[in-house]
Design a binder for this molecule. Structure first.
Ligand SMILES: *[C@@H]1O[C@H](CO)[C@@H](O)[C@H](O)[C@H]1NC(C)=O
Ligand SMILES: *[C@@H]1O[C@H](CO)[C@@H](O)[C@H](O)[C@H]1NC(C)=O
Ligand SMILES: *[C@@H]1O[C@H](CO)[C@@H](O)[C@H](O)[C@H]1NC(C)=O
Ligand SMILES: *[C@@H]1O[C@H](CO)[C@@H](O)[C@H](O)[C@H]1NC(C)=O
Ligand SMILES: *[C@@H]1O[C@H](CO)[C@@H](O)[C@H](O)[C@H]1NC(C)=O
Ligand SMILES: *[C@@H]1O[C@H](CO)[C@@H](O)[C@H](O)[C@H]1NC(C)=O
Ligand SMILES: *[C@@H]1O[C@H](CO)[C@@H](O)[C@H](O)[C@H]1NC(C)=O
Ligand SMILES: *[C@@H]1O[C@H](CO)[C@@H](O)[C@H](O)[C@H]1NC(C)=O
Ligand SMILES: *[C@@H]1O[C@H](CO)[C@@H](O)[C@H](O)[C@H]1NC(C)=O
Ligand SMILES: *[C@@H]1O[C@H](CO)[C@@H](O)[C@H](O)[C@H]1NC(C)=O
Ligand SMILES: *[C@@H]1O[C@H](CO)[C@@H](O)[C@H](O)[C@H]1NC(C)=O
Ligand SMILES: *[C@@H]1O[C@H](CO)[C@@H](O)[C@H](O)[C@H]1NC(C)=O
Length: 603
């Protein structure tokens, strides 16, 4: 998008809209199908909704009136079936902006849950399912066998790369028709998968959005997914499933030991990287809550005494995945974050397990047995390392979403606010700092007054879990801060935050365990913070009420030590050479899979 041209068009359209109100606008039910390059729109339904009860955060509902449009599209002969839904408030309630919204886990969009709050704020909003459903099974046909290679390739492209862009095309076209003028500005908001989608847009479709909020982004997907299985792999290899009560007690011990490193004892670590507490110190003490929280067959009775092997397993989990040779493969959870969710119930974490079984194991042209089980693939450190590297080799170029070159986004005038909870128990906060550091390294600066600071700012939220929750202060309205940056040039030095009032929505969005006892206690004190941006971190100023933002300041923090990729993504040439080799093609059911790999690696 050329900003000057856009501004000119926008101003002209705005002037037209003002002098000829409603003249060019269209009734909701009379809207016509938008065209989408390289896709076929197969159907569209549009209907005015009046006072429809729409879900809001915290389980409440709100009556909203808007034009509701469903557009269904498909690509060539792939047979995919993508639904895009757009909600447009009445012209008098519209704030002139378009908001694309993101998904969670394997779902590309949250629909009502995301569009409701946007429409309530006056935005025209959109959501898409990318044609992939919600369960991450999109490499499978309805009978459980492999889907056609063409379909799987298309669904992967949709989910990884294409659907948010197509949603933006459809949403903007419908806005133009319905209001008789284009949106003045376009924004994207998302958390987790939605955060990844936001950064994907900045990397690959830099003209789609003027501003992007990317929260707890699930970027580095090819490494993040296996890294979520590291806790299970460690425990399986050690032959011991450490019960949740022990993991939570060790986490609490760590918080207690390191709490004052940020200047005050408040139950949260604002500088978790500085915590060097050795959990072995707690060997022989009793783990609290084992009777109450007894997960999967621990039948721990009242209290369990923490053993040396449990402390060693905990330490290895937090350190993050390493190869047998000691190479750091990816980050671990930050000190103060309980591994309970990732290690829940003695089972491999569901998002990562789905990734391994449906993608890495099913689609790997090298694997002799596509029936290899997830548990077998995680049985030893060597097996884990192999599967980690396969995921990276096959999928980094497809869904890694870690390209640090944001030059085009910067040139188009785009702004991006990222934030990440330092107690994120699902998506490693260091993966976000790793990415931001790589953007800074590439785009020519290493400090907060850099050129990168002019379009990308990443804020750290101490004590906050994935997409919210935890006892820390969660950004109150990062979109409002972004709008002020895009439209008024007011760049956010800090991001206003307040402790979460509800963890329900975050729980629903991420499937995180409701049994994580480190979640916000009901009687927690309300706290506020002005979150600092990477690489700064919050530090208590030494005086004043530690619950309040004014008592904290931003201090220089360490620059992230970036983890370089241990294997390089395969170029399409190399993969084609491999998949046409004897091994892959000689395996009955493997034929479809081999063809599939050849197809999607061409993307
Ligand atoms: C759009 O699809 C959703 C989900 O199927 C449905 O709830 C909604 O009523 C549809 N809207 C229109 C206008 O058909
Ligand atoms: C969370 O999910 C439950 C069960 O599906 C549902 O009843 C509840 O309304 C959801 N809450 C929110 C805030 O989405
Ligand atoms: C769009 O922007 C123009 C120019 O800033 C402004 O005059 C107009 O009111 C805006 N339109 C809406 C619907 O907010
Ligand atoms: C995949 O999930 C969709 C819903 O998301 C479901 O309709 C379909 O039956 C599932 N397929 C398999 C093989 O589980
Ligand atoms: C992870 O991030 C924290 C917080 O910014 C930092 O202190 C720490 O050094 C990082 N850890 C690694 C292994 O890079
Ligand atoms: C269990 O441990 C907690 C904390 O160490 C202690 O307060 C409690 O008395 C213990 N309960 C029993 C039954 O030993
Ligand atoms: C407990 O976990 C083990 C795997 O460690 C599993 O085989 C077993 O079925 C689980 N039991 C229950 C009751 O979930
Ligand atoms: C497949 O095997 C070849 C040759 O050993 C290797 O270079 C390549 O990285 C492997 N691919 C994957 C995805 O493991
Ligand atoms: C932009 O600045 C003006 C004047 O200070 C203010 O009225 C307006 O609310 C600001 N808009 C945003 C989106 O911050
Ligand atoms: C929480 O724990 C209870 C009892 O141990 C169990 O039945 C339930 O499935 C768990 N819920 C989750 C979301 O793990
Ligand atoms: C500190 O602030 C919190 C939140 O406003 C309040 O609940 C608490 O009473 C204050 N503590 C003191 C000592 O003023
Ligand atoms: C992403 O989509 C764009 C547009 O279709 C395409 O040019 C690009 O090659 C795709 N990238 C990947 C990795 O799929």
């Amino acid at each position: 998008m050329l900003p000057l041209l856009t501004l000119a068009l926008t101003a002209a359209a705005a002037a037209a809209a003002q002098s000829l109100p409603k003249m060019t606008a269209t009734d909701c039910s009379a809207l016509s199908r938008p065209t989408v390059p390289d896709a076929t729109v197969v159907s569209m339904q549009a209907m005015m909704m009046t006072d429809m009860l729409v879900p809001m955060a915290g389980g409440t509902t709100m009556p909203l009136s808007f034009c509701d449009v469903n557009v269904t599209l498909t690509h060539g002969t792939a047979g995919d079936n993508v639904r895009i839904e757009v909600w447009m408030p009445l012209a008098g309630s519209w704030n002139g902006r378009f908001q694309g919204t993101g998904g969670s886990g394997y779902s590309a969009g949250l629909f009502d849950l995301a569009m409701g709050p946007a429409v309530m704020d006056g935005y025209a909003a959109a959501s898409t399912d990318a044609g992939v459903g919600t369960s991450g099974n999109f490499t499978l046909a309805a009978d459980g066998g492999p889907a056609s290679p063409e379909l799987t390739q298309q669904l992967l492209t949709n989910f990884a790369n294409l659907s948010i862009h197509e949603m933006a095309v459809v949403g903007k076209a419908l806005v133009q028709q319905f209001y008789g003028m284009p949106a003045n500005r376009s924004y994207f908001t998302g958390c987790s998968t939605g955060g990844r989608q936001g950064l994907m847009e900045a990397q690959r479709f830099p003209g789609d959005f003027d501003g992007i909020v990317a929260a707890s982004p699930a970027i580095n997907w090819d490494r993040l997914m296996p890294a979520e299985l590291w806790p299970f792999s460690v425990m399986q290899a050690a032959g011991e499933m450490v019960p949740a009560c022990v993991l939570n007690t060790l986490t609490a011990g760590m918080v207690s030991a390191c709490d004052e490193l940020d200047g005050v004892r408040d139950g949260m670590l604002a500088n978790p990287g500085a915590c060097t507490f050795d959990p072995a110190t707690l060997v022989g003490t009793s783990a609290a809550g084992c009777a109450a929280a007894s997960s999967n067959g621990t039948s721990a009775g009242a209290n369990t005494t923490i053993t040396a092997s449990q402390a060693a397993i905990f330490t290895k989990i937090l350190a993050g995945p390493t190869s047998p040779a000691g190479d750091q493969l990816w980050y671990g959870l930050l000190p103060g974050t309980s591994p309970t969710t990732l290690a829940a119930n003695g089972q491999p974490f569901v998002l990562g397990a789905t990734w391994l079984s449906n993608f890495v194991l099913a689609l790997n042209p090298n694997s002799s047995e596509s029936a290899e089980s997830v548990n077998t693939a995680l049985a030893s450190q060597q097996a884990y390392t192999n599967i980690f590297e396969q995921s990276q080799t096959l999928f980094d170029g497809v869904i890694g979403t870690d390209d640090p070159d944001l030059t085009a986004f910067q040139r188009s005038g785009g702004k991006l606010i990222a934030w990440h909870g330092l107690a994120d128990q699902l998506v490693f906060a260091n993966g976000t700092f790793d990415y931001v550091q790589r953007v800074m390294d590439l785009m020519g600066a290493t400090n907060a007054t850099s050129a990168v600071d002019g379009f990308l700012r990443a804020f750290a939220a101490p004590g906050v879990q994935h997409c919210g929750g935890g006892s820390g202060a969660v950004p109150t309205d990062p979109l409002a801060a972004l709008v002020a940056w895009v439209e008024n040039g007011t760049a956010p030095d800090t991001l206003a935050a307040m402790s979460a009032m509800t963890t329900t929505m975050a729980t629903n969005m991420t499937g995180m365990s409701a049994n994580d006892t480190t979640a916000t206690p009901a009687n927690a004190t309300m706290i506020t913070r002005n979150l600092c941006r990477y690489p700064q971190m919050l530090m208590y100023s030494g005086s004043g009420n530690a619950s309040l933002a004014d008592s904290w300041m931003c201090m220089p923090g360490p620059n992230q030590k970036v983890i370089s990729e241990t294997t390089l993504s395969q170029s399409s040439t190399r993969v084609l050479a491999e998949t046409s080799g004897a091994g892959a093609l000689s395996r009955g059911a493997g034929i479809a899979v081999a063809g599939l790999v050849a197809l999607y690696l061409l993307m």
